[in-house]
Design a protein around this ligand. Structure first.
Ligand code: PRX
Length: 675
């Protein structure tokens, strides 16, 4: 395993040496730092590990419960129950609780649309009182369509305020949501709807993206047709918000207009008291096999952990003019936890932006920071690399000195991008919180605390409260500092996933079988002399493209479903912006073997489009190489390690090929291919 950014020894020396002490709060314009010193962090962390029940019980007491829990933690591997016996509601704690505390007029959500008219973009502000009314109305609307507590509602929308309303309305009435990122294809929607047995889909006519309309409703229509073709019970109701005014087909009896539904709906819908361990939502993510996994999160632990991580990691303090902006889409866990559920309880406005970072120009994000005086900015390394490529002149055009804390998430950040972020966005002073976590962990696990933890470019530093992380070998034995191994979490934390929907076996096998008694996230990592964690990337057949996980099998299955393809192997390869790109090695049916470089290029385009159709644009290969055969071991396993080095254009000497079955295969794959 090699660490990104550590391809040469010089790099690694630089990584070890650069270290940034935390600035004072006044230097960055923050009201104060919530945690005052490393000693305070260490004492709190120690207590959270030695007495998790005392630690989390105290914090949970700040939330509103309709009945108090009986026990803070029941733990019987792999099943964690947090706050068992208690009843609470996520929407109540994100919205109504704050209204009842007298903050109904405080801004909860600031939304900026993508289109830019002469007078600037459309901006909407929703107060906590607005959210209370709108979530009650939409919960009533869902109820009128037959949605009940425990049902799964599929949401496939653009980044509009109604998306926040829809998800919170589900939480309000005790329905679970399954939000599907708007970049996914009809096929992906159909698969998720089937797995979740969802009967209702909430969508938009379209979503604005770089000045164009993404046809969301049309994708839903196609997904519904696929479900009907498969002979499945199918979707009973589709709720359509008109956002773009685009032409859409309308299926009478199935399709419902969002505005009409809520217009007649009552403003009253008391939040449903939910058991702490009731399902809050499903979020589908990739694994190393072809089938996406429905990651299941429950109510109370997720609520307490996301709000607490958000508070300390971003230093959220109400009534101090802070504005928090996470640039993720709500369709990913980052958006669930750090646009909505973790932020709203902290009573700092959360900013939602509808569109692309380079629309109409490449300075759009910095215009947003300036317009809304954003104080916390949370984005992904892939975005930072794009900012770098576009150039520092773009942030320079705007006054972005409101920024206090910068965050990054999704993949290891290369030190060069970290330094650029600090210098050009953070005025060489704002602390950067490099947060390591996963869909499965619900919230931040390894992260600096701003104003407290000295940072090193490329390291996610130290565990958050309640997180007992270690580097271990294959047998779960702790490894000494400096040695690369498997990252393991040795104790349950409040927002640990509670299951893979409908697949208990896969849940146990993926997370709880590899290491005895511990959670296995699937990442390789090491610690340095200061005990800082350095993530080295995935150790399974999962690649991380632009901060989002894709199973290589998923892309392979999509390729093989094309008539021209016999076999495909997909591996990650270095990519300037995405961090990791997708390289596909494909063997073809004889009849489809291209006769000319032009034919080859045509076929590559067709295969790329096919993968886009099957999964979505994020899964499109960046490189496709045709091969007569793939390198395999004698037992028939594809040698991905070799393909990875070929895709990276590395010299293969030194690679162990002793188990390779047919050496000529390798020679052919290395030959440059035209077209
Ligand atoms: O490999 C790690 C990487 O992203 C994976 C989780 O992906 P996903 O569930 O899609 O969630 C992304 C947003 C939370 C992890 O297993 N990863 C995430 N954050 C970091 C990271 N790798 C290194 N540093 C990070 N800060």
């Amino acid at each position: 395993m090699s660490k990104p950014g550590e391809s040469s020894e010089i790099d690694s020396v630089l990584i070890e040496n650069r270290r940034f002490d935390p600035p004072s709060a006044s230097a960055v314009g923050a009201p104060r730092w919530l945690i005052g010193s490393m000693d305070e962090y260490r004492a709190m962390h120690k207590r959270s590990i030695e007495d998790p029940e005392g630690f989390w019980g105290e914090i949970a007491g700040e939330f509103r419960w309709s009945s108090k829990w009986e026990r803070v933690l029941d733990w019987e591997l792999p099943d964690a129950k947090w706050f068992a016996g208690g009843k609470t509601n996520l929407c109540d704690n994100c919205v109504d609780r704050l209204v009842d505390q007298g903050h109904g007029d405080d801004t909860a959500i600031i939304w900026e649309g993508e289109p830019m008219g002469g007078e600037g973009p459309e901006v909407r502000r929703l107060t906590y009182a607005d959210l209370k009314r709108e979530t009650a109305r939409f919960a009533n609307a869902l109820k009128s369509l037959g949605v009940k507590k425990g049902d799964v509602v599929t949401i496939y929308m653009g980044m509009v305020p109604e998306l926040a309303v829809a998800m919170l309305a589900c939480a309000r009435m005790g329905a679970a949501h399954s939000i599907i990122f708007g970049g996914f294809s009809p096929q992906a929607i159909a698969d998720r709807v089937t797995d979740a047995k969802s009967r209702v889909i909430v969508t938009c006519d379209g979503a604005w993206r770089r000045g164009k309309v993404v046809p969301l409703k049309q994708n839903v229509d196609e997904a519904c047709d696929m479900l009907a073709d498969r002979g499945e019970a199918g979707v009973e109701h589709v709720v359509v918000l008109r956002r773009c005014g685009s032409d859409i087909n309308w299926t009478q009896g199935r399709d419902n207009d969002y505005s009409e539904l809520v217009q007649g709906a009552s403003d009253e819908f008391p939040p449903e008291p939910m058991d702490s361990e009731d399902m809050a939502f499903l979020l589908y993510t990739s694994g190393s096999t072809g089938k996406p996994k429905g990651i299941l999160h429950t109510t109370a632990g997720y609520m307490v952990f996301t709000a607490t991580t958000a508070k300390y990691v971003f230093n959220l303090i109400p009534d101090q003019g802070q504005v928090f902006w996470c640039t993720a889409d709500i369709g990913w866990i980052t958006g669930h936890s750090y646009i909505i559920y973790g932020i709203l309880p902290n009573r700092v406005p959360t900013l939602m932006y509808e569109g692309a970072p380079n629309f109409p120009e490449e300075d759009r994000f910095w215009g947003i920071v300036e317009r809304h005086k954003v104080t916390q900015f949370y984005t992904a390394p892939t975005a930072i690399r794009a900012f770098m490529k576009w150039g520092a002149e773009h942030p320079k055009k705007h006054n972005i000195s409101s920024l206090q804390v910068l965050g990054t998430v999704g993949e290891p950040i290369n030190p060069e991008a970290w330094m650029w972020y600090r210098k050009h966005i953070g005025r060489d002073i704002c602390p950067i919180v490099d947060t390591w976590w996963q869909t499965e962990t619900g919230g931040h696990m390894l992260t600096p605390l701003p104003g407290v933890t000295p940072t090193k470019p490329g390291s996610c530093t130290l565990p958050f409260f309640g997180v007992d992380a270690a580097i271990v070998d294959n047998d779960g034995q702790p490894l000494p500092k400096g040695k690369g191994g498997l990252l393991a979490i040795r104790k349950p934390w409040p927002s640990v996933l509670r299951g893979i929907y409908n697949d208990r076996e896969r849940f146990i096998e993926t997370y709880w079988s590899r290491l005895p008694g511990m959670y296995f996230p699937g990442d390789g990592a090491r610690t340095d002399d200061d005990g800082y964690f350095w993530i080295m990337g995935r150790v399974d057949d999962v690649i991380n493209v632009s901060g989002h996980r894709l199973g290589t099998m998923e892309v392979e299955s999509a390729l093989v479903s094309h008539e021209a393809v016999v076999e495909a192997a997909v591996v990650g390869m270095p990519h300037e912006i995405k961090g990791t790109g997708i390289a596909a090695f494909v063997t073809l049916e004889n009849a489809f073997t291209p006769g000319s470089p032009e034919d080859a290029e045509k076929l590559r385009k067709a295969l790329t489009a096919h993968v886009g159709k099957e999964i979505g644009a994020i899964a499109k290969p960046d490189m496709i190489r045709f091969a007569e055969a793939l390198p395999k071991t004698r037992s028939g396993k594809i040698m991905r390690r070799l393909l990875r080095s070929i895709a990276a254009g590395e010299e293969k000497t030194g690679q162990d090929t002793s188990t390779l079955e047919d050496f000529s295969v390798l020679a052919k794959l290395r030959e440059p291919q035209e077209g």
